[in-house]
Structures are given as C-alpha cells and as structure tokens.
Design a protein around this ligand. Structure first.
Ligand SMILES: NC(=O)c1ccc[n+]([C@@H]2O[C@H](COP(=O)([O-])OP(=O)(O)OC[C@H]3O[C@@H](n4cnc5c(N)ncnc54)[C@H](OP(=O)(O)O)[C@@H]3O)[C@@H](O)[C@H]2O)c1
Length: 260
C-alpha cells in the first residue's frame, strides 16, 4: 500500500513550499485546502516533475465537521497516511472589541478544533501501526502572545501546549509529534493592516521556502519543537528572562500601528 503525507493549507505560502519540497523527496502527498484550482495545478505539476502520487481534497477546515469528513474520505479511498502536517491557519489583527466574532470563532475552529480532530483520528491509526509523523504549525506568538492578535495568539499557544503534551504521551509508540514555530513570513497570511505595525516594519519577513525547509527537516527527522531562525528563537526565549509586565508593554508597542 502506498504511503502518503497529508498536508493541510497546501495551496499557498509555507504549506505550498513544504509540499513542493516533500515532493522533491519523492514522498506521496494528499494536499488539502479550499482553493480547488490551485490544488489541481499543484497536483499536475508535482506528478509531472517528480513522478509521485498526489491526491487533493478540497475542505473548509474552519468547520470541524469538514476535518472529520476529510478523515472519512481518506479511509474510503483506502489511502495510507503515515505523515500529517497541520499547517492550515489564519490570523487577524485589531482591537478585540472591534474585530469580527464570526471570523474569530472560525479561526478557533480552523487553528484548534480541526487540528485536534485530525490529530486524534490519524494518530489512533498511526499508534496501532506503531509508526507515523505528525507536525503542527504554531507561531512565535505561541511563546509571545501579542496584544491586537489576542485570539490568534491564544490559538497558537494552544498548538504549543497540545503538541508538547501529546509528544510526551506518544513517546515510545513509534509516532512522533513535532511542532514548528515560524516568525513573520512573507505569505498571504499577512494582511495590509498587519503590515502597518511597528513589529512588521522592524524586521524582514522570512521567505516561505526557508521556513518550509526547516519544516520538512523537522517533520522527517526532528524531535519536539522548532522555532524557525535565530532571531525568532531568541524572541521566544525572552519571556523567561524579562518580567511579563515589561514584556507586554514592549509587545503592545510593537503590535501598534506605526504612524511614521
Ligand atoms: N506568515 C506568517 O507570518 C506566519 C507566522 C507564524 C505562523 N504562521 C502559520 O503558518 C501556517 C501557514 O500560513 P502561511 O503563512 O503559509 O499563510 P497562507 O499563505 O495564507 O496559507 C494558509 C493556507 O491555509 C489554507 N487555509 C486557510 N483557511 C482555510 C480553511 N478554512 N480551510 C482549509 N484551509 C485553509 C489556505 O488555503 P485556501 O485559502 O486555499 O483554503 C492556505 O493554503 C499557519 O498556521 C499560520 O498561522 C504564519
């Protein structure tokens, strides 16, 4: 039976680059996102270029039932998933009392509920086969929750807690649970509003290819958590040495709109 890596959020950004790099390693893929045309194009390109098996499944994972149905589709098609990358995610930026509740509830469902559902369903099968790799994509904000990104930060903090604890639970089962924490990356994730912040203007976003290279390495050979890039690693470490009230003031300034 052919083995597949299932990658959510494969149609653009970090997920697209991870899919491209996994394909170059001759690994078969199941690509998941909402944009069917993009997935179709990726499927034909990757098959033609690397001679691998590529399936795609269109799902809107901001509804957790879609994640459950995704697992059912994979079962029905009798596809053997030996790797799962929970990469799909969205964020938003703004004053909590002004941002859209509907958007935030969908974000929670995509960034948290669907990650839990897919991980539980696929991890059970992997544990019974004594082999498998799961990687969840968090953010530097998993370690450094930022004002004006309150709900997004909280969803990514969930990813950190969930990944670390599950990795410990599954130790010795043959199934690895790793997690990847990118900092600002040049993808469609960053909205125009986010680009007006001191934070965005103070640094240079990473290229998604660089983040994906770290991600692929970490999924295939890594252990535990990986913060991408030295600066991001250093920033993620700061809360351990700087008092939280001072940290929060700095973060509030950084996340504020730069009016210069
Ligand atoms: N870019 C950054 O600065 C940054 C920093 C830290 C962490 N991250 C994390 O990295 C991950 C990937 O983000 P990215 O930067 O590569 O952003 P991106 O380019 O916007 O890609 C997001 C991917 O998720 C998919 N997606 C979005 N909503 C979905 C939904 N409801 N159902 C299914 N798929 C959905 C998108 O595809 P469709 O639109 O086709 O559905 C796309 O493939 C996210 O978890 C994000 O939180 C990003």
């Amino acid at each position: 039976m052919e083995e597949y890596i299932l990658l959510t959020g494969a149609s653009s950004g970090i997920g697209y680059e991870m899919a491209t790099q996994l394909a170059a390693k001759k690994l078969n893929l199941i690509l998941v996102a909402r944009s069917e045309t993009k997935l179709q194009e990726m499927q034909s390109t990757l098959i033609a270029k690397h001679g691998i098996l590529v399936r795609y499944i269109v799902k809107d994972l901001s509804n957790v039932q879609a994640a459950i149905n995704l697992y059912k589709d994979v079962q029905q098609e009798k596809l053997l998933v030996t790797g799962l990358v929970n990469n799909a995610g969205v964020g938003n930026y703004g004053n909590f009392i002004e941002t859209s509740l509907e958007e935030e509830l969908k974000m929670i469902e995509l960034n948290i509920s669907s990650v839990v559902a897919l991980t539980k369903l696929f991890a059970k099968d992997m544990v019974s086969r004594k082999s498998g790799k799961i990687m969840n994509v968090g953010s530097v904000l998993s370690f450094l929750p930022f004002p004006y990104y309150s709900v997004y930060s909280a969803t990514k903090t969930f990813v950190l807690a969930f990944s670390e604890t599950l990795a410990a639970e599954l130790e010795g089962t043959g199934v690895t649970v790793t997690s990847l924490y990118p900092g600002t990356t040049d993808t469609g994730f960053t909205t125009d509003k986010m680009q007006t912040t001191n934070l965005y203007k103070s640094g240079k976003p990473m290229h998604p290819k660089v983040v994906a290279t770290e991600g692929v390495k970490h999924l295939l050979h890594g252990k535990g958590k990986k913060v991408v890039g030295f600066q991001n690693w250093f920033n993620s470490f700061l809360p351990r040495i700087v008092p939280s009230t001072v940290m929060m003031k700095i973060k509030k300034h950084l996340a504020s709109i730069n009016r210069d």
